[in-house]
Design a protein around this ligand. Structure first.
Ligand SMILES: [Zn+2]
Length: 194
């Protein structure tokens, strides 16, 4: 006797019917910043914010003005990017340091301006530089998210007036800022990591 068993074959879901996992924060290198600095900054944001972070393809050409850069990068935002933090390597003679353009969902950081020395000869100088970049990138994430300035000097959302203050402050949100960020990330549909 031939026994015929019919198995239920699962029907593949089309791409459209698969639920979206949520949006992510985008980070992009513009110009020629150290690629390891970009990945370590992305990892810090991912860990600290417990969010997906999408490292975009580097953009080698620097636009001639911050306005041009802003317009170009705003055009690079995809549907799943909640906002974009650009680490821009602009030569030291440019006075532009940073711009947070909330209505465009883009932040521009001139990472060159954060270098503690022109030539980073020692590991401690390289670490100092990386720390400054990740704190400024975290501040930009908080500002784009809608967090205000924080009076807690250890919080990454505190303001700084000189390099010593930037070096002294922490790189994470304080508990009240973190609680606000949690709600704002949720409202924006950002995918949270466990
Ligand atoms: Zn705070």
């Amino acid at each position: 006797m031939i026994c015929c068993v019919v198995f239920e074959i699962p029907v593949c879901q089309s791409a459209e019917s698969v639920p979206r996992v949520g949006k992510s924060i985008a980070i992009a290198a513009v110009g020629n910043p150290d690629s390891s600095m970009v990945t370590s900054t992305a990892s810090w944001i991912r860990r600290s914010c417990r969010c997906d972070v999408n490292v975009k393809s580097p953009v080698s050409a620097v636009q001639s003005s911050p306005k041009g850069e802003l317009e170009y990068l705003a055009g690079q935002l995809k549907q799943d990017d909640v906002f974009l933090v650009a680490l821009v390597d602009v030569p030291e003679d440019v006075t532009f340091r940073k711009g947070i353009f909330k209505s465009n969902n883009v932040a521009l950081l001139n990472v060159w301006a954060l270098r503690p020395a022109r030539i980073l000869e020692t590991q401690s100088l390289r670490d100092q530089y990386a720390g400054r970049v990740l704190k400024e990138a975290m501040y930009a994430v908080g500002a784009l998210l809608g967090l205000g300035e924080c009076p807690n000097p250890q919080c990454v959302m505190s303001t700084w007036e000189n390099d010593a203050q930037l070096d002294a402050k922490g790189g994470n949100f304080c508990p009240p800022c973190d609680a606000k960020a949690e709600k704002l990330f949720k409202a924006l549909g950002v995918h949270r990591l466990e």
